[in-house]
Write a protein that binds this ligand. Structure first.
Ligand code: SF4
Ligand code: SF4
Ligand code: SF4
Length: 287
């Protein structure tokens, strides 16, 4: 992608960045996260339907650049997590240069050819194929055929269930959890230095994969992400147990919109929902 490489080279040559987080192909032609530390490295940059990873996770994992800012190549959905990190005071807007990409959807299964059937469901209801916020914008929007939003029907079915039926549904799903914490590791908004699940004095959550411990882990993670999850679906994609975490995340996002008219990761100047208590907040959603 010439435009992306040209901008990245210019950022290095003008000494504006210390490194740029982007995507490159490995020797098996799989698109993976790649950090360019020089103008020459940027020649490996690619962006296509296989550029699935949300690279914003590295903004709190990698050390600061010794000189210059951190550059990042980001799709519209991933830029929401960059904005969320700025809203939550984890990074400063002035410390990052965002190379936004016009996005024509990404694959669901990374080892299969991109097609309507093999498109991530989040792309069906995406509103940011052209990112809402960036320093540079590359790529062109093309017409794409999008898959059916199968999750919406499942969410409606879940909504119509009794509390006991919902409990049974999620207990059966969480039963499958193997406590690998891949969901936490890929999440750009799981950045605590010490996660509650790793605390042993006192131990709040059973570290072995038991029904009770699994339920506690997944519910605590959901609570910690409520009003904060930006719906990149990386946690569901990473989950080896195929737990439909996106149903939970999307539901939490919908509650934030419907009850508080709040969408996290859309406005760097907006106070966070969780950090902005208002005595007039609606409470009728609390059962
Ligand atoms: S949700 Fe939108 S920005 Fe994100 S990968 Fe899909 S189409 Fe691209
Ligand atoms: S909880 Fe999942 S969907 Fe939400 S921001 Fe984290 S990785 Fe993305
Ligand atoms: S990625 Fe899936 S299996 Fe692993 S801890 Fe998270 S929910 Fe459990």
């Amino acid at each position: 992608m010439k435009q992306l490489i040209d901008i990245s080279k210019e950022l290095f040559e003008s000494k504006q960045v210390g490194y740029i987080i982007g995507y490159a192909e490995d020797k098996f032609k799989r698109v993976k996260p790649f950090v360019a530390y020089s103008s020459l490295d940027t020649e490996r940059f690619v962006f296509n339907n296989n550029s699935v990873n949300n690279l914003a996770v590295y903004l709190t994992r990698l050390p600061k650049a010794k000189e210059g800012k951190i550059g990042i190549v980001a799709k519209g959905c991933d830029i929401k997590s960059i904005i969320a990190l700025i809203q939550e005071n984890q990074i400063k807007r002035d410390d990052v240069i965002i190379i936004g990409v016009n996005c024509n959807s990404v694959v669901n299964q990374i080892d299969e050819q991109f097609s309507k059937e093999n498109t991530a469901i989040k792309c069906k209801y995406c509103q940011v194929r052209t990112p809402a916020h960036y320093d540079y914008l590359v790529g062109e929007i093309k017409e794409v055929e999008l898959p059916e939003d199968k999750n919406f029907a499942i969410m409606q079915k879940l909504d119509s269930m009794s509390a006991e039926e919902k409990w049974n549904f999620w207990e059966a799903e969480f039963e499958k959890c193997v406590k690998c914490y891949a969901c936490r590791q890929v999440c750009p908004l799981c950045y605590c230095e010490q996660c509650i699940v790793d605390k042993s004095m006192p131990r709040w959550i059973d570290s072995s994969a038991t029904t009770k411990g699994n339920f506690a882990w997944n519910m605590i993670r959901a609570f910690h992400l409520s009003g904060r999850c930006i719906g990149c679906n990386e946690c569901e994609r990473a989950c080896p147990a195929e737990i439909p975490l996106s149903l939970l995340n999307r539901k939490m996002g919908m509650v934030a919109i419907n009850e508080f008219n709040y969408r996290h990761g859309t406005d760097i100047n907006q106070p966070t929902l969780i950090g902005n208590y208002n005595v007039n907040d609606k409470e009728d959603f609390i059962m």
